[in-house]
Design a binder for this molecule. Structure first.
Ligand code: GLA
Length: 380
């Protein structure tokens, strides 16, 4: 059954009526630009076909009732403030709160959710959930909320309501990505450029390797990275690390005594440049050549930002050894997914090589599939 049918069915069986409509929002893969978003830098994600669908109908109220077929649970609330609704439903309540806080009169609604975005895998299942609900409530309420302003609102739900100090990339990807394109986002100006990303035309594919080593943002590591970056910017006297260019990097590093902060700063400054270089190559139709940039990004995340784990390092090494042009962990880190750029006809060889490497190391088997750039949030 499709995710849309599952959401519709969940709505019917919970409420005994039909939803007014179905709204979908995808998960994402980040091609390159990791942890650069909250440093006002550059990112290049694309949406994946896996999505969350919200079946929604207004009702007399008061309040909101949310059902998820993933957990088989129904949660209701009438008014809400940061942190009041916990767990998965907190992301939905967070969107209601963020809309209200921005001055919108959110209509009471019944919401049934279904999703096939893998949870806790660095593919932004939470942003997909937030974005589906935000798009639905915005449509139902008839709000004048430009698409470019929506990711920031969803990010507030996550930062202030849920309490996870994440950047703006995931919600931007889920809301603003277009089919067949990668989203080049300047996280300071919020300007976007849709970069054509039709790999199949060049005989290329991106494999997603879910390491099945689960990650967690709400734990301290993500926040600790963010703090180190902010401290680095403070020491260097710049608004954000985005303001340090690669040419200025050596001089900047010499001003920082703390070895850990130095490494974090180096990752961000070099990663921003790798995003710009990747975009240049893609604009020139030279996708095959982005491989070394992807791999350099991984090395930087492993050695300087220190956010990888054995499972993702092994997947990257095995992919490269089997002939991938480049490979890197994608997403917040500490587990999650790896992406590998390969020739289309190498998919089986690379898959088998990674599976074998996992078996040899005694890791839980990975899940591997090819990714195609999909459409962002929309009414179905
Ligand atoms: C998570 C966060 C994003 C971003 C990435 C790392 O996905 O939600 O804002 O910081 O990690 O690039």
């Amino acid at each position: 059954m499709s995710v849309a049918s599952a959401a519709e069915q969940a709505f019917r069986s919970t409420h005994g009526t039909e939803p007014a409509g179905l709204w979908a929002a995808p998960g994402r893969v980040n091609l390159i630009g990791e942890h650069t978003d909250y440093n006002d830098g550059f990112v290049l994600p694309f949406a994946i076909p896996q999505q969350t669908v919200a079946a929604v109908a207004p009702f007399a109220g008061p309040g909101w009732t949310i059902t998820s077929d993933l957990v088989n649970e129904t949660v209701s609330f009438e008014t809400t403030g940061p942190g009041e609704v916990q767990g998965w439903a907190g992301y939905v309540a967070g969107i209601v709160w963020a809309l209200q806080d921005a001055g919108f009169d959110v209509p009471p609604a019944r919401i049934a959710l279904s999703s096939d975005v893998p949870l806790g895998s660095g593919l932004s299942s939470s942003a997909a959930l937030e974005s589906a609900v935000l798009t639905a409530l915005t449509d139902l309420g008839g709000f004048d909320l430009p698409v470019a302003a929506r990711p920031g609102l969803a990010q507030r739900a996550e930062n202030v309501y849920v309490g996870a100090p994440t950047g703006i990339m995931d919600q931007s990807a889920s809301i603003r990505c277009e089919q067949g394109k990668a989203l080049f986002l300047d996280c300071r100006s919020l300007e976007v450029e849709q970069i054509p990303f039709d790999l199949a035309a060049e005989g290329l594919a991106i494999l997603i390797i879910n390491s099945n080593a689960p990650h967690q943002h709400v734990d301290g590591e993500y926040g600790a990275r963010r703090k180190s970056c902010e401290e680095g910017a403070r020491i260097l006297g710049v608004p954000a690390l985005r303001d340090v260019t690669p040419d200025e990097l050596d001089e900047a590093l010499a001003k920082i005594d703390d070895e850990v902060i130095r490494r974090r700063v180096r990752h961000i400054v070099t990663e921003d440049q790798r995003v710009l270089d990747t975009v240049d190559l893609l604009r020139a139709g030279r996708a095959r050549e982005i491989g070394p940039l992807l791999t350099a990004s991984h090395v930087s995340m492993r050695d300087d930002f220190e956010i990888t784990v054995d499972q993702v390092d092994v997947a990257v090494e095995a992919a490269l050894a089997s002939g991938a042009y480049g490979a890197r962990m994608t997403g917040g880190g500490f587990g999650g997914c790896v992406l590998a750029l390969i020739d289309t006809d190498k998919a089986e060889t690379t898959t088998a090589a990674i599976e074998m490497a996992y078996e040899q190391r005694g890791f839980t088997a990975p899940t591997i599939w090819p990714a195609t750039p999909a459409q962002g949030a929309r009414k179905l």
